[in-house]
Design a protein around this ligand. Sequence first.
Ligand SMILES: [Zn+2]
Length: 492
Amino acid sequence: MTRPRPTPKALLALAGLFAALSACDSAAEDHWASTCGFTSYAQPVVELPNSHQAVPVDVTSVRGGIRFDVHAKTATADIEMRFQVGDDGGWPVFDLRQSVDHLELDGVAVDASKVLRRVDFAEAQDTGGVLVLTTTLKPCSIHTLRFRYTLTTPSSIDGTAEHIASLHAPLSFRKGEVRWFFPTSDLSPGRYAEMWLPTVPWSDGYDVALDLLITNSDAAHRLVSNGDVTTLANNHWLLRLDSTHMPTAPMIEIIGESRYYTHIDDSASPTIEVVSDYITNLDRLEDFAADVRASINKTIDRFGPYPQGDRFTAVLTNTRRGAMEYAGGATFDSPDADTAEHEVMHSWFGRGVTPAQPRDAWWDEAWVAYSDAFDRKDFGDDRPLFDRDPWIRQTWPEAYSYGATFFTKLAGQLGEAKLNTLMSSFAQSYMHRPASTADLERHLYCETGAPVVLSLFNEAVWGLGAERTVPACDARPSISTTSPTVVASQAQ
Ligand SMILES: [Zn+2]
């Protein structure tokens, strides 16, 4: 984001299309330091008092359909999440901020009210928790969970009363049209894909395929997304996001025809599309596209090729969400050039290289804020930038101010140009992968051998006076694309 703000249902008739979605390719992901499932960057296993353990899983695909009935003013979802358990068997951890009406595990109906438990493992913060499936699954086993639910305001939109009151409803039906969006935020817990779709609370790349259908509406609608959209019919789309998209990244907006205005600049690559649900002056949209183009060109000069394909989508919206970054896109509440520069840079840092966990999400805001000349604050006696609690679910707002100071001090020691080169090579090394705070420290230290990197991390990131071992520069994870070993495919 740009900166902290104070602030019995019908089942889907989409079975045919749902079944038509091809089986997932379980070997599609890279595997670092794990023998099955890509869970190296996930939160740790949690030992539970009842001798069970909650374990991370590797999601490999999320597929299904959502049907919007404009006359009935309802939206219903039928979504299948395919996943693999990691090296540790147990009760799988994931998240979905919707109330599940019907649940199937590996094709067998189970009672969602009994087997799904919401638990908050964070110690010092109310995060809204995660979902734990209270069924023991074997290590490395592969499963599907099928969820049916009626979409309601996600339970994650639980910030300050002023913030809630200021937000437009992320799902609304008005004048024969539907408006639906992801009010994504890194400053409130549970505000990524889990708002509307099952996912995991850490950076995990997986394929998404959604059949989105609007019924009982005479109005045409537009699906705006950073994924690949195939129009199947009027008000009917297939949306795909490949496994470079993390749970933080999907930008999905449905806008009725009476409320969208658009400008496309395809004079160069990437194509820039500006869509607005409130700015009717197309010249303003064209001017803003020029601002976005200038920001992209500037960022390419600093950090290398545009990493998000051939398109950047900017949504100018009056839904009062503030500015928010996505992979190859961003939302804005006003056409501001400085804000464009901030959000565009996140397509390299934040949604290109993605913070591994929410507690790592200080570094992308800190680096972008440093580049913005965001107001600095000295570290003082406040907490360090990295939170030791792996279960926190939001970026600390002071990541911008203290974080900009951190990078300013680093630039003072290494030189601005050298730091820029280091961050550019960091982006190229980890592009479309998660990167933890330790990965960033290792990169900066091992590329320079400068002890000041370690002392600044100790002071500002890990905590004053923290004892840290020197990163092992020859121990960088190697990438393997070995297929995971399937031990069992049934719950036990
Ligand atoms: Zn930001």
